[in-house]
Design a protein around this ligand. Structure first.
Ligand code: PXP
Length: 251
């Protein structure tokens, strides 16, 4: 187990604020460069089918200008496959996408969508793009991800964070136990494990402390905190909490 857990910063909601007025500011690229300077290990951006936040030109700008890995979140569509194959990000995280949702609700059905996902995972893999599948902490989904040949899974922490936010301690503990078990199982069958969605300063510690989780991807909360603290200090505080949670791991 390695102590260092990577922190990927999701900059989608810088684009949300920009798009509220239709101009060029605030710039997602500028946020990515600030995150990089603040010690982020990667940048994550979700190019949604409806382009509600990140635009195609943002992806091109990020690929051309950042020095840390770019993780492109994408739906399993032919359009997104072609964009990924052209942009060649370091990684692609395949997520479920529904037009009407406010954010990515729930994980991908890797088991039910096996036939559609297989050629996509293969095409990305052949292009040297590290594929991850955004799934619920569910053993069958993890086994399906493994069977699909994805080297990485990202466990959806949304339900865990919602239970924490609601102060429902039994539910929070239940979700946490499922995430721990899922991470253990996935690492055991050779998958690299990431996690994310909805994480905050209050919810990150127990997730960061799971030894098998190698990377967290965090966006909305940090972009919100950046309004009050600045992006660099907001990221530094998350980094501090993650490091504190992993004291003793890999020692
Ligand atoms: N990981 C994945 C796969 C996501 O889809 C998202 C949301 O776009 C995140 C992480 C980050 O979630 P949040 O913005 O709630 O921190």
């Amino acid at each position: 187990m390695t102590a260092h857990q990577r922190l990927g910063i999701n900059i989608d909601h810088v684009a949300t604020v920009r798009n509220a007025r239709g101009g060029d500011a605030p710039s997602p690229l500028r946020a990515a460069l600030m995150a990089q300077a603040a010690g982020a290990d990667g940048i994550t951006a979700h190019l949604r089918e409806d382009r509600r936040h990140i635009r195609d030109s943002d992806i091109a700008d990020l690929v051309a200008n950042i020095d840390i890995p770019l993780n492109l979140e994408m739906a399993a569509t032919d359009e997104m496959r072609d964009i990924a194959l052209k942009a060649r990000p370091h990684a692609a995280c395949i997520v479920p996408e529904k037009r009407e949702e406010r954010t990515t609700e729930g994980g991908l059905d890797a088991e039910g969508g096996f036939k559609t996902l297989q050629p996509l995972v293969e095409a990305l893999y052949d292009a040297d793009i590290r594929v991850s599948l955004f799934i619920e902490p569910d053993i069958r989904q993890i086994d399906a991800a493994r069977a699909l040949g994805a080297p990485v899974i990202e466990l959806h922490t949304g339900a865990y964070c919602e239970a924490a936010l609601a102060g429902d301690e039994p539910a929070r503990q239940g979700h946490l136990a499922r995430i721990r078990e899922a991470a253990r199982h996935a690492a055991h069958i050779g998958l690299e494990v990431h996690a994310g969605h909805g994480l905050t300063y209050d919810t990150v510690t127990d997730i960061a402390a799971i030894p098998e989780i190698r990377e967290l991807n965090i966006g909305h909360f940090l972009i919100g905190e950046a309004i009050f603290l600045g992006l660099g200090p907001a990221i530094a505080e998350m980094r501090r909490l993650m490091d504190a949670a992993r004291t003793g791991i890999g020692a």
